[in-house]
Write a protein of this length. Sequence first.
Length: 263
Amino acid sequence: MVLSDLDGAPAGASIHAVTAEVERLGGAALAVEADVTRPEEVESLVAIAEARWGRVDILVNNAGILRDKSFAKMSLAEFRLVLDVHLMGAVHCTQAVWNGMRERGYGRIVFTTSSSGLYGNFGQANYSAAKMALVGLMQTLAIEGEKHGIRVNCLAPTASTGLTEGVLPDTAMEALAPERVSTGLVALVSDDAPTRAILLAGAGSYECAHITMTRGIHVEDAAQAADQVRRRWNEVCSRSGEVVPAWGGEQYRLELAKAGVAV
């Protein structure tokens, strides 16, 4: 099941056109319109899918909109709307399928993040906040879903869609065809899919992003700590020996170990 918003669909596409294309290729598809910001509509959508196919094994959260403005000019309503669609929309859709996946011991979930969330982009404070929030959601759900056979990942695509139409030249739009991203998506929902991965994909290239933790420093004297952090900033940020924590608790474990406290 793919939850999408027409703002993010390929240029000129509609949910019914996509359904027709799937069927032309020999697949089975069902188009159901719903507002992902309304949990009752999402639950109804999932119920319809389950009535048709019996279960939902794969969920791709792809609904999204843009309301780009500099933060100084952005209204709270514009900020909240983008979070409601991207973040809460994904929460509603995921919650609607989560218990069924847990009971069956199998599930594949993908959240659509963005390089704007991972690295920032001018004029997209609302979009960036929502997209990075999805990474945090993925991290925790991957941990909670692991023992139930649920694998959860993020995909950061660069593709020619309704959101990028008119922003890039035609040659770039052609190279960034959506199908060059879909191949990476297939890998994230396969039986042997990874979990807790952030896959970047576009124009036939695939990369991974990682949220790492440096070794940093330890300052025993609290009165000197702020000054030491400022003076030794290069050591704090040094990427030598950095790690990708398996869970949030690794931060306090590292910090207590450096302080000589056994846990």
